[in-house]
Design a protein around this ligand. Structure first.
Ligand code: FES
Ligand code: FE2
Length: 335
C-alpha cells in the first residue's frame, strides 16, 4: 500500500478531469432544508467553480438551476442564502420566474426569431435526505445509492431535528485531496491535534471503510465536545456528531492548489437555547479543523516541487486513505 503519485495532487489536467468526473458527476451537499422553507428562499454556491442555486418556487417545489444567465452568462444570484420574488440578472436585467422561465427582456428590441420560451434557465437535479439538500449537475446514480452506508450509520441519530446555527467558510492553499487524505485518517491526531489527543482514547481510535463512507471513532474521555464519531462520505462531504448536534462540511476545490471548506453547525432545540455554549462548541470545533491546514499547505508544496516519491501507507491507520486513493485512481487513470 503506497501513497499516490504527487502529480495526482498538482496536475491541472487531472484537476479538470476531477471536475468533470467527480464534482460535476455526483450529488453535492448544499446545505440545510430549513434555509429553504418559504417561496423564493434560495441558496447559491459553487461546485468546483460551477455556479448553482436551489430555490423554492411558487408552487412550493424545490428546484435547482445553474446560476448562469442565458443571455451572456452573468451570475444571477449572489452566493449565500436569500429570498427573491423573481430572478433579475444584474447585467442587462433579464427577468426569470422562480420556475426558471424567462419572463421579461427589457430593452432587448424586436426580433421575430427570438422567443423567450426557448431560453429558460438550465435546470439541474435536487434531492433531500433527512433535512440536507443535495444537487447534482448530472449523474445517473440516485442520491440514496451514493449515500450508501451513511444512511444506516445515522439511522438512530435524529439529524433532521437539528437546526443550523452557523455556517463557516474556511480557505487554505492545498489540493482538496491532500485535505481529504488527512481527514480520513486519525494517525496525525497525536502530532497535529494535541489537545484533542488528550481528550480521546487514542489507542482505541478505529478507522473502518464502508460503502462510500469512512468511519472514524474513538472513545471520548470526559467532556469531549465531539461524541467520538467522524464520518467522511464520497466524494467530498463530512458529518460529525456531538452531544445534541452535529457539523457537516463540503470540501470544495477552488483550483488545483486551493480548497474551501463549507461548514455547517447544527444543534437540537434544547441546546440552541444556550447560545453561548453553542458558540463555544463551534469555536472548539473550528480550532481543531484549522490545526490541519498548515500541514496540508506544506505537504502540497512538497508534492508540487518534485521533491517527494510515494511512501508506504499504514494498514492499521490509513485504510481510509487507501480506499479514497484507490477509488480516485480507478476513476481518473486512463490505461
Ligand atoms: S447577461 Fe444576463 S441579462 Fe445580459
Ligand atoms: Fe485533523
Amino acid at each position: 500500500m503506497k501513497n499516490l503519485d504527487p502529480e495526482f495532487y498538482t496536475d491541472p489536467a487531472l484537476y479538470e478531469r476531477e471536475r468533470q468526473l467527480i464534482f460535476w458527476n455526483t450529488w453535492q451537499l448544499l446545505g440545510p432544508l430549513s434555509y429553504l422553507t418559504s417561496i423564493g428562499d434560495y441558496l447559491a454556491t459553487e461546485i468546483a467553480g460551477a455556479q448553482v442555486f436551489v430555490i423554492r418556487d411558487n408552487d412550493g417545489k424545490l428546484r435547482a438551476f445553474r446560476n448562469v444567465c442565458r443571455h451572456r452568462g452573468a451570475r444571477l444570484l449572489p452566493e449565500g442564502q436569500g429570498n427573491c420574488k423573481r430572478i433579475r440578472c444584474p447585467y442587462h436585467s433579464w427577468v426569470y420566474g422562480l420556475d426558471g422561465s424567462l419572463e421579461r427582456t427589457p430593452w432587448f428590441g424586436d426580433d421575430p426569431k427570438f422567443d423567450p420560451a426557448d431560453w429558460p434557465l438550465h435546470e439541474i437535479s435536487v434531492d433531500v435526505w433527512r433535512g440536507l439538500v443535495f444537487v447534482t449537475l448530472g449523474t445517473d446514480c440516485t442520491l440514496e445509492s451514493q449515500l450508501a452506508a451513511v444512511i444506516g450509520e445515522l439511522a438512530s441519530e435524529p439529524i433532521e431535528t437539528y437546526q443550523p446555527v452557523a455556517q463557516h467558510r474556511l480557505v487554505f492553499d492545498a489540493n482538496w485531496k491532500i485535505y481529504t487524505d488527512n481527514f480520513v485518517e486519525g494517525y496525525h491526531v497525536p502530532s497535529i491535534h494535541p489537545s484533542f489527543f488528550e481528550a480521546i482514547e487514542f489507542e482505541q481510535f478505529e478507522t473502518t471503510v464502508h460503502d462510500n463512507m469512512v468511519r472514524m471513532s474513538a472513545p471520548a474521555r470526559d467532556e469531549l465536545f465531539y461524541r467520538g464519531r467522524w464520518l467522511w462520505m464520497w466524494p467530498n462531504w463530512t458529518l460529525s456528531v456531538f452531544e445534541g448536534g452535529m457539523n457537516t462540511s463540503r470540501i470544495n476545490p477552488l483550483g488545483p492548489a486551493r480548497t474551501e471548506l463549507i461548514y455547517g453547525f447544527y444543534f437540537c432545540d434544547e441546546k440552541r437555547i444556550d447560545e453561548s455554549s453553542c458558540q463555544e462548541v463551534i469555536a472548539q470545533n473550528l480550532a481543531v479543523i484549522e490545526e490541519d491546514f498548515e500541514i496540508c499547505v506544506q505537504t502540497h508544496k512538497n508534492y508540487d516541487s518534485h521533491g517527494y516519491v510515494p511512501g508506504p501507507l499504514s494498514r492499521k491507520q490509513e485504510a481510509g486513505v487507501h480506499w479514497f486513493q484507490s477509488k480516485l485512481s480507478d476513476l481518473l487513470v486512463v490505461d
